[in-house]
Design a protein around this ligand. Structure first.
Ligand code: NI
Length: 177
């Protein structure tokens, strides 16, 4: 397992739409290794999610896991999940605003509105179809990673940039819910 270099904002790979991964490619050794490396890289940097474009691979793969994460304390846990070619559908009109950060945009946080409840359809790393509901922080992480696969980052989703804050100032000046 390798720790991969994370692309930072400004790298063009973050602004391209990632390619669909053909189902017959999922079992390829290099894809399985990429997924293992993405999981290792996410854990190394205390991320709750990572999209393949963030490690310079323009393919529709994302990984997520929330478990006692120091970057996101007091958040409900989310089991390790691999999403290939994910599609998301909002299942209500309800929106929720909360802080987000991104390993490709180090040290910053901002408040981002997201759909509270979504349906997620994807394929897992063994090629099995996934179809599940997610809400709250879980839904937020998935929407954040899905955005990456479309070439978007959380800054694009902010209503304005007035809450954009360095993490040190966040702790000092903002009430962190
Ligand atoms: Ni991100």
């Amino acid at each position: 397992m390798s720790i991969l270099k994370v692309a930072r904002l400004g790298h063009p790979v973050l602004r391209r739409t990632a390619g669909i991964l053909p189902k017959d490619r999922i079992h390829a050794a290099e894809i399985q290794k990429l997924i293992d490396d993405m999981i290792g890289t996410m854990k190394e940097y205390d991320g709750v999610g990572l999209a393949a474009v963030q490690v310079h691979e323009s393919q529709q793969i994302a990984v997520l896991e929330v478990a006692d994460n120091p970057r996101y304390p007091q958040k409900p846990s989310v089991p390790l999940t691999v999403l290939i070619n994910p599609q998301i559908t909002p299942v209500s009109d309800e929106m929720e605003e909360d802080w987000e950060g991104c390993l490709s945009i180090p040290d910053l946080r901002g408040r981002v509105p997201r759909h509270k409840d979504i349906r997620v359809q994807a394929v897992d790393r063994s090629g099995r179809d996934l179809d599940f509901a997610a809400s709250g922080f879980h839904a937020r992480v998935i929407q954040h990673e899905w955005d990456h696969l479309q070439g978007n980052v959380y800054l694009d989703r902010m209503k304005d940039l007035l809450t954009l804050t360095y993490t040190l100032e966040l702790a000092r000046y903002w009430t962190n819910k």
